[in-house]
Design a protein around this ligand. Structure first.
Ligand code: MG
Length: 255
């Protein structure tokens, strides 16, 4: 079901989005060489408690998950592309880390992700991160009244293809509101002019994720973490965006 939000509701979601952005800022800053993924999760959990927010992940148990997630943030390192389950791992020099965080504040969910390098970055990783980030920007720019979902998908896919990356469309953007996942689904590739027409009040997460080599993934034995089939590294960027009469409004923008 497609739900439209009033301007007042989008204001509330913006408050929730600022909180999610602050958690990503803090956890990204803490993600230095030697930092343990479990401590990064604990930092996010402490911020949730302090803000009176609720985790969208800790009790999450969808059909594709092995069990309840049990943590509050996804930490995907190197060949992990999505849904990285935090474990007892200390970040190493040259790692690529994606942080994906969703929480509910005041009853409204927002969802956002960022990819960073730890310590001394590799050139190819910086390029992957740049391309994925630019794909998110292109997708957001296409989230305007009068466009269609396919225009967002096409804008994302175009950036990937221009950079020589293939796109896995198994996981993509999604509606957000009272819950983390709703309609519409927004694939990271597609044809322009197709799909749902965008109207003011639509709120969704746009989330390109690309891998340096393959477009195929497999599930880690932990039951959650999705890794590239060839071990190549991955990047993932996500924002929750409201379609408004004045253009796209990024609810999870970081300072
Ligand atoms: Mg997310």
């Amino acid at each position: 079901m497609i739900e439209l939000r009033t301007p007042a509701e989008i204001d509330r979601m913006h408050d929730a989005g600022r909180f999610v952005a602050s958690v990503l800022e803090a956890t990204a800053a803490a993600s230095v060489v030697g930092a343990n993924l479990l401590d990064i999760d604990k930092l996010a959990h402490d911020m949730i408690r302090k803000a009176g927010a609720e985790s969208c992940y800790i009790d999450y148990h969808p059909s594709f998950g092995g069990s309840k997630f049990g943590k509050v943030i996804c930490t995907s390192v190197n060949d992990a592309a999505l849904h990285g389950l935090p474990f007892d791992y200390r970040l190493r020099d040259g790692d690529v880390l994606s942080l994906d965080f969703a929480a509910s504040l005041g009853g409204w969910v927002t969802d956002s992700a960022i990819t960073i390098t730890v310590g001394t970055p590799r050139e190819e990783d910086l390029r992957l991160i740049d391309v994925t980030s630019r794909a998110l920007d292109a997708g957001i720019a296409a989230a305007t009244v009068g466009n269609r979902i396919g225009d967002i998908s096409a804008a994302i896919g175009e950036v990937a293809h221009a950079a020589g990356f293939s796109v896995n469309t198994d996981f993509g953007g999604h509606g957000v509101g009272r819950t983390m996942h709703g309609d519409p689904h927004i694939p990271n590739d597609g044809r322009p002019g197709r799909g749902l027409p965008l109207r003011a009040g639509l709120v969704f997460a746009i989330e390109p994720w690309f891998m340096l080599g393959t477009d195929r993934i497999y599930t880690d034995p932990d039951g959650w973490t999705l890794r590239s089939a060839d071990g190549s590294r991955a990047a993932h960027f996500e924002h929750t965006v409201a379609v408004t009469e004045n253009g796209p409004l990024v609810l999870t923008a970081r300072k």
